[in-house]
Design a protein around this ligand. Structure first.
Ligand code: DON
Length: 351
């Protein structure tokens, strides 16, 4: 049967009305990667990983910051937040632990917001040190002297780039930025800050070494103090996963919809994480897991699957390099099972 002109007209009109709704529908859906795994699969893989590694006895809490030695080393939590804001959690995901070195990623992001990537690269650099995260030898030996924004020296230099009339203004700006990435107001864990401030002579020494090479851009001790505060910010695993999901989602927090980090800065941030996020464990991590990630001596690790989401794991016992043992095992397991490895053709749907 040939459709009448009237019928064709009304079909056309209906199509136009539908098309006018399209942009918002598309906008709501673009956050979801076409190759993101199904929720049920993610849930079962996370549960398998939790059961497989929950009794793993390896590693030891950090003790060079006295507070961290006291944290219950059996705590274990896994959280995934996807770019379309699905949240999956298991275990101790409400406990607020200190973000520690994972903060370095977000201060880097803030410095890039303020100065742009080229200036940050010129002032800090982005070379792997191949040495422990707090190495003064790396500062002396490396042509950049600051290594990269994710080791202590480079991170203190990065913190010193944040603008403000005084230390309080700089610190509040940093805390506010982290909170936007988490989608919730984050707070300082005062006891961690005090414990770390009383024992951070190594970082103070690094700040003066940076000054010797003109690689710190504000008062050295003020910069170390702000850096110590940023490391003492409390996050739970879910908040940390949401901070990671903000990176996975082109800088837009998937829960609040706010563009927290400029989209164009994401590749430099993620590549820096790939190269140095687990310090002298980064090469092995790239080999086995293939995801940008960042660890902290508080026991957290967050890994980013760009376009898909982020996984955060909290488990205090660390390996020699200062990376949570269980968190590494869980993320490696989940990434393999879900084809997250960036360098695997499967991660983009090529089987
Ligand atoms: O500066 C420090 O030593 C600590 N606030 C942070 C070190 C850290 O988290 C290294 N991580 N794995």
């Amino acid at each position: 049967m040939v459709p009448s002109r009237m019928l064709i007209k009304s079909i056309l009109a209906a199509t136009l009305v539908a098309a006018s709704f399209l942009p918002s529908v598309v906008a709501a859906q673009t956050a979801r990667s076409p190759v993101a795994p199904r929720r049920e699969l993610v849930e079962s893989v996370v549960r398998e990983a939790y059961e497989k590694f929950r009794s793993d006895p390896s590693g030891k809490n950090a003790d060079y910051i006295p507070y961290l030695a006291q944290v219950d080393s059996k705590m274990f939590g896994i959280a995934i937040v996807t770019t379309d804001n699905q949240v999956l959690t298991l275990g101790d995901v409400k406990y607020s632990f200190s973000i520690q070195s994972i903060s370095k990623v977000f201060t880097l992001a803030l410095a890039m917001e303020e100065l742009g990537p080229d200036k940050v690269f010129a002032k800090v650099g982005s070379e792997p040190t191949g040495r422990p995260f707090n190495s003064p030898l790396a500062v002396v030996d490396m042509p950049s002297h600051s290594g990269n924004p994710l080791v202590n020296a480079g991170a203190i230099a990065t913190t010193s780039l944040i603008s403000g009339q005084n230390a309080a203004e700089k610190w509040n700006k940093i805390l506010d930025f982290y909170s936007k990435a988490a989608g919730e107001k984050l707070v300082l864990i005062d006891e961690v800050y005090k414990s770390e401030a009383a024992t951070n002579t190594g970082n103070k020494a690094l700040s003066y070494l940076l000054a010797k090479y003109d690689r710190i851009y504000a008062d050295p001790f003020e910069s170390v103090d702000i850096y110590t505060k940023q490391c003492s910010v409390g996050v739970n695993a879910t908040q940390l996963a949401r901070m990671g999901a903000t990176l996975a989602n082109n800088g837009i927090n998937p829960a609040t919809g706010e563009q927290v980090i400029k989209r164009e800065n994401i590749p430099e941030i993620l590549s820096t994480m790939t190269m140095a996020g687990l310090y002298d464990g980064s090469g092995g991590w790239a080999w086995h897991v293939g995801l940008p990630a960042k660890s902290g001596v508080g026991g957290g690790i967050v890994a980013i699957a760009p376009g898909k989401g982020a996984i955060a794991v909290f488990a205090p016992p660390l390996d020699e390099a200062g990376n949570s043992v269980k968190a590494q095992k869980v993320i490696e397991y989940v990434a393999q099972r879900l084809n997250y490895n960036l360098y695997s053709p499967s991660s983009v749907g090529l089987k």
